[in-house]
Design a protein. Structure first.
Lengths: 133, 414
């Protein structure tokens, strides 16, 4: 008799232990894998951007003024110099100039070179921006 | 995209370029093919300058990345899979940000959940990518995912607060192909209040606060700044394992013989301050050959020799208290030590000026521009950063390149 009472107590302990592990409100639905959760999106809000479109194209490069803007990245100026040679050999009657900006992470128009840059940019029919390592 | 020109005509060339000779540049790059299309580079350049615009290229109006739904619903397994697929995570398991958990996290700050904290992008300048704006609630969502406790919120919000000079928040994961890491130094009583570790293993993942605050900064960068997407918003050539939890340093102010870093930046001792850095990271100073082992180690001289080998980012030493005491024995203050150890000042990006090709008779000289190199506006450059943390069980210390940007009062975000 004493042995049966011990088994009864042990049985109740096992049942209580199982119930205490269940999620709240899930006393009789033990399959927690089917519980539906609502969670919040972790994403921030992307700022809207006005579309500017891109400038009209030239049609032909012959006789045109092409500007090569090399920014501060290591390879920008070497690319510009190489490209300048290629364009000059392909279009001998074109003018190909290079503008080199050494300044890191700033817009050239916001520097003390503003007027020089503006004059250079406005003097070109097209400008290619060169970046890279 | 950042400038409102998602259709801008871009010409890809075979890189990396900067170490090539002029002949290699001509032969392999300019007379070579676009690595993506396989077509001749010069032909494509000419076409891009001359081919008429398409209707899409002429389009005006506004572009905006869709944030998607405010909430997602599913089983735990479905949501974990969804977060992984949408790249909301760092590939480690996350805590699902249920409204209840987020509300509990928001108890860690008195700031309104809808208050805008800042804006972020994968570059610290905001160039090249559009900004993403985020609120206190958005930060709390990411803090929950990382496993943070509510009491970490003021620290995390301070880290993510915008730079008053630019209005831009600092991302932990930069787009740069260099593979940078973020780092923070935390000073003040909050170190003990939230259980930051500044003893054994101080800079590693050996305390809940250090680990989870660092991880939350990276998750916030992924989800609130669009960072860390390989191939688009992350280009680290090798990558950096420190991006997972960054470098979170609580200074061991009690064992340091020097003034805390924040005090040296003008704050009161005991004031809760987080200071932000970015750079390559740190590793043990023992790996440098100049770290000569012997019975009488000259640590100031070893530091000086190692500092002389650092470039690009500011030489940064993370000293254990015993090493700091060796330095204190010869120098009263950090400033005295640094002025002795780095007499010539910071060598900001020294390699870049040397990569410019020499002009030649063929007109290789740029026609305009060529201003003197200047310090990027996001960084200030002390000669060296000296930090003290960790235990006293041996004479070890770490060194690396980390540039300091600013310090933020944590209590402003309680």
């Amino acid at each position: 008799m004493h042995r049966f009472r011990s088994l009864w107590v042990l049985g109740m302990f096992v049942i209580l232990a199982a119930v205490s592990q269940a999620p709240s409100g899930m006393l009789f639905a033990m399959d927690s894998s089917s519980i539906q959760y609502e969670v919040l999106s972790p994403w921030g809000e992307a700022d809207p951007k006005p579309l500017k479109g891109i400038s009209p194209r030239l049609g032909d490069l012959s006789g045109k003024k092409i500007g090569l803007f090399a920014n501060y990245k290591r390879a920008a100026l070497p690319i510009a110099i190489s490209l300048q040679k290629q364009l000059r050999s392909m279009y001998p009657d074109s003018q190909v100039s290079i503008y080199h900006s050494d300044q890191w992470n700033v817009t050239e128009i916001e520097t003390e070179n503003r007027e020089i840059f503006k004059k250079w940019a406005e003097g070109n029919d097209a400008v290619i921006l060169l970046v890279g390592d | 995209m950042h400038e409102g020109m998602p259709e801008v005509r871009t010409q890809w060339i075979q890189g990396p370029v900067w170490a090539k000779t002029r002949e290699e540049m001509r032969r392999d790059v300019m007379e070579g093919n676009n690595p993506l299309t396989g077509r001749p580079v010069m032909q494509e350049i000419v076409e891009k300058l001359t081919k008429p615009l398409t209707a899409e290229e002429k389009r005006t109006g506004e572009i905006k990345r869709d944030r998607g739904p405010e909430t997602y619903t599913g089983t735990r397994e479905e949501l974990n899979k969804l977060f992984l697929e949408k790249r909301f995570t760092d590939f480690l398991p996350i805590v699902l940000p249920t409204p209840e958990r987020v509300n509990e996290m928001l108890m860690g700050t008195s700031h309104d959940p809808d208050e805008v904290v800042g804006k972020m992008s994968p570059t610290n300048t905001g160039q090249y990518f559009e900004f993403w704006t985020f609120t206190v609630r958005d930060v709390a969502v990411n803090a929950v995912m990382a496993g943070c406790k509510p009491e970490y919120m003021p620290v995390l919000l301070a880290i993510l607060s915008p730079d008053p000079r630019t209005g831009i928040s600092k991302e932990a994961i930069s787009v740069s192909d260099n593979g940078f890491t973020g780092a923070v130094v935390i000073n003040g009583n909050i170190r003990d209040e939230i259980g930051l570790n500044y003893d054994v293993g101080a800079v590693g993942p050996y305390a809940h606060a250090n680990t989870n605050i660092g991880r939350a900064w990276s998750l916030a960068s992924i989800n609130l700044g669009n960072c860390g997407k390989p191939g688009t918003t992350y280009m680290g050539v090798i990558g950096n394992p420190m991006n997972l939890i960054n470098i979170v340093i609580a200074e061991n102010e009690e064992k340091s013989p020097f003034k805390p870093f924040s005090v040296r930046k003008g704050f009161e001792k005991g004031e809760n301050v987080v200071s932000l850095f970015e750079g390559w990271g740190i590793l043990s100073a023992a790996n440098w050959k100049v770290n000569r082992w012997g019975t009488e180690m000259d640590y100031p001289q070893i530091a000086k020799d190692i500092f002389a080998q650092q470039g690009m980012f500011t030489p940064t030493a993370v000293l254990s208290p015993p090493i700091a005491n060796f330095i204190k024995a010869r120098f009263d203050t950090i400033e005295e030590f640094v002025n002795w150890a780095v007499p010539a000042g910071p060598s900001f990006f020294p390699g870049f000026a040397k990569t410019k090709p020499k002009p030649d008779a063929a007109g290789d000289e740029p026609d305009a521009g060529r201003t003197a190199p200047k310090t990027p506006p996001m960084f200030t450059f002390p000669k060296a950063n000296i930090l003290v943390t960790g235990a006293s069980n041996n004479n070890y210390w770490s060194v690396g390149g980390l540039s300091y940007s600013r310090s933020v009062r944590i209590d402003d975000w309680r």
